[in-house]
Ligand binder design. Structure first.
Ligand code: SF4
Length: 489
């Protein structure tokens, strides 16, 4: 049985995941939108990063075609100094495909291309495995490198590949990790061919694993893993074997928030701190402007002034209420052209935000950061954008601080949890269900990957989704007023 680099890395996280991958193919989930997006970003970055090593030759073989790919690599390595996507394979089944194999004297350098903006610890283990395979397959490895994105890069004109990427020598760190690599590889080979599924306790980070649907099938919708921080939750479950909230004693909770969350769930009662709500409401100044942005992020900056993974706002929704309980006015902006949306968005925002009244957002750091970035980009609009930031009031605060908390929030203060906890409004029947979906689909549009008809469906969905985000804030504000007023009766 083969052991690929991704098998090795999977086993480094959890040996059960490797066993399931090899022995329970029926459990392998479909590739979801988020995973596909990660692949797409990786491919886009790889294609561009190869320009860092000009003159190389691509090894023409599919990923699954390991034996043929290894033979082709061996042939090409006889007369080329740089190979892209080079294969190496050992007789025991271990194999890998390095992004760039570059001749260095009488040996070779391994270069791993990553779409991240720094060297992560797992890249070292990844390269240690590759060094193990290449070394033993007849390609003595001299140095190991990680080529990653430079987060300080700011686009000005065409992409400058030498500035967009940074290369770091990780030879020493890989040499240290290498010491244990052959033993790990041997252990993983045995595990993947074993007849018995390894027993691994479920833990908090399992939620990110593709096999969570299988291992986590008995975890309640709201469990100790939601209530407690990672270490505390994992220790509690390991020691007691219990994960239901009713089995978590109050003495296990270490913060007032945890106690409130636990109590609200067990009693099925709303937790209210009316005085705190009232103090928070008293800071508001009408008219109120409920603001929400939608943004997209690309690894490779699309426009001048953009940075890698910078958030580019393309849409906002603004609900305006002149007086308490008064009628709502709605203004929206959605950039429907395949061009830089930021100037038009900033001008439209300034035009519609007036010069007094609170700007209500949900999680202020996001909207304020976008306004600050727009202010830096457009100095002539800077004063007005920064003045908007001065008026921002964060509606997340009363929910995050547990001034108001409903039993169904399950330890989350996200608007997707607070809204159904206190209103009948839901995102379930919408064309777009969350910000990540809005972002991914808009990115496809702006990169020209959508037909006109598809774009129109997208625009309709975006208008409804972003509009609902600000309308949801209006409803949640009403809920806060009601709870503050009930206390005064
Ligand atoms: S869900 Fe957890 S225990 Fe199961 S395979 Fe994934 S990481 Fe391992």
């Amino acid at each position: 049985m083969f052991l690929s680099k991704s098998d090795y890395m999977m086993a480094q996280n959890c040996i059960k995941a490797l066993w399931l991958k090899k022995n329970r193919k029926d459990l392998t989930p479909e590739i979801d939108e988020a995973t596909q997006r990660r692949f797409d970003i990786g491919n886009e970055v790889q294609d561009l990063a190869r320009e860092f090593f000009l003159g190389g030759v691509m090894v023409p073989a599919e990923n699954w075609d390991v034996i043929n790919g290894s033979k082709i690599t061996a042939d090409l390595a006889k007369k080329n100094d740089i190979l892209y996507e080079a294969f190496a394979k050992l007789d025991n089944g271990a194999f890998c495909r390095i992004d760039v194999l570059k001749r260095n004297g009488d040996g070779w350098d391994l270069i791993e291309i990553k779409s991240a903006t720094n060297v992560k610890p797992e890249y070292i283990a990844d390269l240690a495995f590759q060094k193990c395979v290449f070394d033993n397959a007849g390609y003595p490895v001299k140095q190991c490198w990680v080529l990653h994105i430079n987060s300080d890069y700011v686009r000005k004109g065409p992409i400058d590949v030498k500035q967009l990427f940074q290369i770091e020598d990780v030879t020493d760190a890989v040499a240290e990790a290498y010491i244990n690599t052959p033993a790990y590889a041997e252990q993983y080979m045995k595990i993947q061919t074993g007849k018995i599924e390894p027993e691994i306790l479920i833990h908090k980070v399992c939620k990110d694993c593709p096999y969570y649907h299988y291992c986590g099938k008995d975890v309640p919708e709201y469990s100790v893993f939601d209530l407690l921080p990672q270490k505390d939750a994992d220790v509690f479950y390991a020691e007691t074997g219990k994960m239901e909230i009713k089995d978590v004693p109050a003495s296990t909770c270490t913060t007032p928030k945890q106690l409130i969350d636990r109590e609200a769930f067990l009693t099925n009662e709303v937790h209210v701190e009316p005085e705190e709500i009232k103090v928070w409401l008293d800071q508001l100044e009408y008219p109120l402007y409920y603001l929400d942005y939608e943004t997209f992020q690309t690894a490779i900056p699309m426009f001048d002034g953009c940075t890698p993974y910078g958030q580019t706002p393309f849409q906002f929704s603004l609900h305006i209420q002149k007086e308490k309980g008064g009628a709502l006015e709605h203004v929206s902006f959605l950039h429907k052209e395949q061009s830089d949306p930021r100037r038009a968005l900033a001008e439209c925002l300034i035009k519609n935000c007036g010069d007094k009244g609170s700007i209500i957002v949900y999680n202020e750091s996001f909207e304020k950061s976008r306004n600050k970035e727009l202010a830096d980009l457009f100095p002539d609009l800077s004063d007005k954008l920064l003045a908007i930031n001065e008026r921002v009031v964060d509606l997340l605060v009363p929910f995050r601080n547990r001034y108001l908390y409903g039993p169904t929030q399950h330890s989350s203060a996200s608007i997707k949890k607070t809204l159904p906890a206190f209103t009948d409004l839901s995102y379930a029947d919408m064309e777009i269900h969350n910000g990540a979906e809005a972002s991914t689909r808009y990115e496809a549009f702006i990169k020209g990957k959508m037909s006109d008809a598809e774009a129109q469906v997208l625009f309709d969905g975006l208008e409804k989704y972003c509009g609902q985000d600000t309308y949801a804030m209006v409803l949640l504000m009403d809920v806060l007023y009601k709870h503050a007023e009930n206390n005064n009766k």
